[in-house]
Design a binder for this molecule. Structure first.
Ligand code: NAG
Ligand code: NAG
Ligand code: NAG
Ligand code: NAG
Length: 285
């Protein structure tokens, strides 16, 4: 019997904390190296820390992809008028399901998965696109190892298309549609798109931005270069600050191989992958 590993939960607690899982369970082999490739192969749990692990058996194994959604009145999502873009799905649709139960229109993007496995289980108000977000347009081949996820299925060899924010918006005929919640979990590609996203009002309407940041490249950098690259990351994030976004929540992804050991002190270890929730408050933008 074949089994496709979707994670699906009933419409319970749709806000507060929604958890999905993407990088932690899969062995995603990209055929060409990514510049800031985080470690996505088998993860060792550093610590069990998830308050919502009761949602599903699979989620118990998840160490990343908890998504916070802020329900303060000035930024709350309106169930009768909310559009969500969710970049980076894997086969975990938990976040997307919760938000569609809530009433939001979900636009889900992932170029690395076999889309026919996902299309058949889409919920109302969910739309899937076999597209990835990047700074340029190209395609790329991915090998998805189902076996690594415990599925009795052969590997999926998938050609995924990457495109720019502007092209994706045009493709969806969304040039004038505000995105109320933007989720970006794209395994290191975020550094390539922040600049574009932060310019020319592209994030108009976005009041909540949940982004997983990957800085694990520092683990293999010479010690004297680490500060330089961290400053480079920081400057990239300033694009968001200039657009009025403020950090509201930080949650580290505590995975053994993404921990950075501070030189000279082996007990001082810091996570290099983490989730941030940014909010842009008030009526402007
Ligand atoms: C939905 O919300 C946006 C603001 O985010 C607003 O411009 C638009 O008019 C609203 N649409 C409806 C149908 O209320
Ligand atoms: C991938 O892109 C190349 C050009 O870069 C194109 O020739 C090819 O048809 C594309 N493949 C797919 C499957 O879209
Ligand atoms: C994608 O999944 C379908 C089953 O849903 C399977 O028949 C097909 O071979 C898979 N495609 C690839 C490219 O692996
Ligand atoms: C090493 O790091 C730990 C954890 O941050 C800290 O408590 C300790 O004081 C550090 N030791 C030295 C010698 O700096």
């Amino acid at each position: 019997m074949t089994r496709v590993s979707f994670i699906r939960v009933t419409p319970l607690t749709f806000y507060l904390l929604v958890l999905t899982l993407y990088g932690s369970l899969m062995t995603l082999t990209s055929l060409t190296p990514k510049p800031t490739e985080p470690s996505t192969t088998h993860t060792t749990h550093y610590q069990d820390h998830d308050p919502l692990t009761l949602l599903s058996d699979r989620a118990k194994r998840s160490v990343d992809n908890n998504k916070y959604v802020c329900m303060d009145s000035d930024v709350a999502l309106n169930p009768s008028n909310c559009t969500i873009y969710s970049f980076g799905i894997g086969y975990d649709v938990t976040f997307d399901d919760q938000m569609s139960y809530f009433g939001c229109e979900l636009h889900m993007f992932d170029p690395t998965i076999n889309q026919s496995r996902l299309m058949s289980v889409l919920q109302p108000r969910q739309h899937f696109y076999h597209l990835g977000l990047d700074a340029t347009t190209y395609n790329k081949t991915f090998v998805w190892r189902n076996e690594a996820e415990g599925d009795d299925l052969p590997d999926d060899i998938v050609v995924g298309d990457f495109d720019t924010w502007d092209h994706i918006r045009a493709h969806l005929h969304h040039q004038n549609t505000p995105v109320h919640y933007l989720k970006i979990d794209i395994e290191g590609y975020e550094w390539r798109i922040l600049e574009e996203l932060g310019s020319k009002g592209r994030l108009a309407g976005v009041q909540q931005l949940a982004i997983e940041l990957h800085t694990s490249v520092i683990i293999n950098y010479p010690e004297e270069k680490v500060l330089e690259i961290l400053m480079w990351f920081w400057r990239k994030l300033e694009v968001l600050h200039r657009q009025g976004f403020l950090r509201a929540a930080y949650q580290p992804t505590l995975v053994e191989e993404s921990m950075y050991t501070v030189p000279g002190n082996t007990s001082y270890r810091i996570p290099t992958c983490f989730e941030l929730l940014y909010l842009r408050r008030g009526p402007v933008y």
